[in-house]
Design a protein around this ligand. Structure first.
Ligand SMILES: [Zn+2]
Ligand SMILES: [Zn+2]
Length: 221
């Protein structure tokens, strides 16, 4: 039954490179029957303050007006590993925001050391961590950083490796879409195909949903 709960903690709006306004994204998620949604636009030092302000304003404004548990967040993207900790500290100082780290995906030249930097800085979700090492996976498990299985084309090339590492070292897993437009949204079928396609037994799907729900409850306004 809990398999039918739809929750996605990694999506983009017009505040970065998504093609929907936050309101359009939310409305489509309401119509698709979502229980939880985090809007996590890309940030670096050039836009972090503005995006936090805009996402926060939107999520606060919708508080109590939508059945979806709406969570403000950001995805720290291509920030040099040495600057990640400072950025995480800044975001935490600005209020309750879910922090996603744009990990070392196989399809972009993400600086080596980025996965490790995000884990040490204590982000909530390490997105598309690509060929994450056993040491980094153990560290993520110790620190309670969730590793992401992604439905996003390209980034998903690492899913099988990430799943194997996480299961071997008992790291927490979440499944996200990394939605950038209306065609990327979740369905029960997409949840199952993405998780099982990564080589994970369907019996474990409720664990993914539990991990996402716990984060959503922690960061909703
Ligand atoms: Zn990303
Ligand atoms: Zn993303």
């Amino acid at each position: 039954m809990s398999e039918q709960i739809l929750i996605d903690l990694h999506t983009h709006s017009l505040l970065s490179d998504g093609c929907l306004l936050p309101a359009e994204l939310l409305r489509r998620c309401e119509a698709a029957g979502y229980s939880g949604l985090a809007i996590t636009d890309h940030v670096d030092s050039s836009n972090v303050a503005e995006v936090l302000r805009a996402i926060s304003r939107f999520c606060q404004g919708m508080n109590g007006k939508t059945p979806v548990m709406l969570v403000p967040g950001v995805e720290i993207t291509h920030v040099p590993p040495g600057e990640i900790e400072g950025m995480v500290r800044f975001i935490r100082s600005q209020g309750k925001f879910l922090i996603v780290g744009h990990g070392e995906t196989p399809v972009e030249p993400v600086t080596p050391g980025t996965n490790r930097g995000f884990i040490l800085a204590g982000v909530d979700i390490l997105a598309h961590p690509g060929l994450i090492s056993p040491e980094e996976t153990r560290l993520a498990a110790e620190r309670g950083v969730c590793l992401e299985i992604t439905a996003r084309k390209g980034h998903c090339l690492g899913n099988g490796h990430v799943a194997r590492q996480a299961l071997a070292h008992e790291a927490l897993l979440v499944m996200d879409t990394d939605t950038h437009g209306p065609d990327d949204l979740l369905s029960p079928r997409k949840v199952r195909n993405t998780i099982c396609g990564a080589g994970i037994e369907p019996e474990r799907i409720p664990e993914f949903i539990e991990n996402s729900l716990r984060l959503a409850r922690k960061y909703r306004p």
